[in-house]
Design a protein around this ligand. Structure first.
Ligand SMILES: [Zn+2]
Length: 203
């Protein structure tokens, strides 16, 4: 093989790998999702889980069934729809209620969107460079982490928390974590640390 051919092959290969990577990443081709997980004020394990979720690598039931395992594919949080990443985090009734409360708590007047739209919206907000967007980015990572945790404890230990319980844990942890970071700590002072009045019905 000549040097030229080898270079061509290499560049072709790297191109293919890149293309394949984009195809594998699949669900979010247009969104610079790394902005959601890099330089995040979130707890590292929150960033880790949201990263897996965004890349479609969390082992939700649809993935496990796709490997040929015969399993009950119902989402354990609602027992209504099949469990997929978009369903679990942005379509499931329980999760939507929690995220709706978090949005309202931080002053965002909108309802919960679909998975890719949520990610895109958050990236756009961050691009606006507002501190509240950094707080929200951190909160979204915490939210994804705690929904995944709830899914696992419900599935494997048959223990269930309430919507209120999960919402409060996320709020507490966002405060605990955020107060250690001066940039977001000031913004957090404007938010209610014990938001009793946040109810999704009021939106
Ligand atoms: Zn569900």
């Amino acid at each position: 093989m000549t040097g030229m051919e080898a270079t061509e092959l290499m560049s072709h290969q790297s191109f293919s790998i890149k293309k394949m990577y984009h195809r594998m990443r699949g669900e979010f081709p247009k969104v610079p999702w790394k902005r959601l997980t890099c330089n995040n004020y979130a707890v590292p394990r929150w960033s880790f889980i949201i990263n897996l979720a965004i890349q479609g690598k969390l082992h939700t039931k649809d993935k496990v069934a796709g490997w040929g395992k015969a399993i009950d594919q119902k989402c354990k949080l609602c027992n209504e729809e099949n469990e997929t990443i978009p369903h679990l985090f942005f379509e499931c009734g329980m999760s939507k209620e929690i995220l709706g409360r978090l949005l309202k708590w931080q002053g965002f007047q909108r309802s919960v969107l679909k998975w890719d739209e949520e990610i895109e919206w958050t990236v756009q907000e961050i691009n606006g460079k507002k501190v509240i967007a950094e707080v929200y980015k951190m909160t979204l990572a915490g939210y994804v982490y705690y929904i995944w945790l709830e899914r696992n404890t419900t599935l494997f230990q048959d223990k269930k928390k309430t919507v209120d319980g999960i919402f409060r844990v996320i709020v507490q942890d966002v405060f605990y974590r955020g107060n250690k970071k001066s940039k977001v700590a000031n913004k957090l002072k404007e938010l209610d640390s014990y938001p009793q009045a946040v109810k999704v019905e009021d939106r």
